[in-house]
Design a protein around this ligand. Structure first.
Ligand SMILES: Cc1ncc(CN)c(N)n1
Length: 235
């Protein structure tokens, strides 16, 4: 199956994510508030962009099952994925509403642009491949943390881990996406599969970069210049 090949190709990147100090911090119940704040600020913008990408993907879909899936994803972001953001905000002791106006930092901007680029190819296989590391790596992270015994009630990140951990009774979102990927892959040429694989692997790396930029709060070198310019146009 193409999805098995993708998972196998991504193993070095997935290992890098699982070993990342941000994830280790979640496991130990100890992440710097500045890293949590940066993550929430950037993730809020990233998920906004995802809603637009899903809207675009619906416009490219012809079958109701896929339209329904993208629609469910939009609802999930709007109604459920605010929960893990609230958990990070509570731990960092910051107000969620105050975190919703950040300028996308370079890595988040790159990831969002990468997703839009996949959308512009017009290929649902590319879109799904580029999108899949988002649910897949989070399920892998949470399941790994559960397996290593980090999901204890005294860990302040317990609810965050359980939010993303796979539910034995339910097919995970990530399994659903892999099933769609395999469906489209059956009709694809080797060249199309190679392109989709690149979209998938780059998104996996960008997931790693996302943790990295939040952990070290990597922003634009000339962020103050960008922010001052915004002020110039405020009426
Ligand atoms: C960057 C990123 N990747 C994945 C997820 C989980 N949907 C997220 N909230 N943010």
């Amino acid at each position: 199956m193409f999805s098995d090949q993708l998972k196998q190709q991504a193993q070095p990147i997935l290992s890098g994510i699982l070993e990342h100090p941000f994830i280790q911090g979640i496991a130990n119940g100890n992440v710097a508030p500045a890293a949590l704040q940066f993550y929430v600020q950037q993730d809020f913008q990233y998920l906004n962009e995802f809603i637009k990408i899903y809207g675009n993907a619906i416009a490219k879909s012809n079958d109701r099952e896929l339209m329904g899936f993208f629609n469910d994803q939009i609802s999930f972001i709007l109604n459920s994925e605010i929960h893990p953001h609230h958990i990070f905000c509570n731990i960092a002791r910051i107000n969620y509403e105050d975190q919703q106006h950040a300028t996308p930092a370079p890595k988040a901007y790159l990831y969002e642009s990468h997703m839009h680029r996949a959308g512009e190819t017009g290929s649902l296989l590319n879109i799904l491949a580029a999108f899949q590391p988002c649910p897949w790596t989070y399920t892998e992270i949470a399941d790994h943390l559960v397996a290593q015994g980090a999901a204890t009630k005294d860990n302040p990140f317990y609810d965050w881990i359980m939010f993303y951990a796979s539910d034995d009774n339910d097919k995970s979102m990530s399994d659903t996406v892999f099933a769609f990927v395999d469906r489209f892959a059956k009709q694809a040429s080797n060249e199309e599969l190679a392109t989709a694989s690149q979209y998938f692997l780059k998104s996996c790396e960008l997931e790693w970069q996302f943790w990295e930029h939040a952990f070290y709060q990597q922003d634009w070198q000339f962020k103050a210049t960008l922010d001052h310019a915004k002020e110039d146009f405020k009426s």
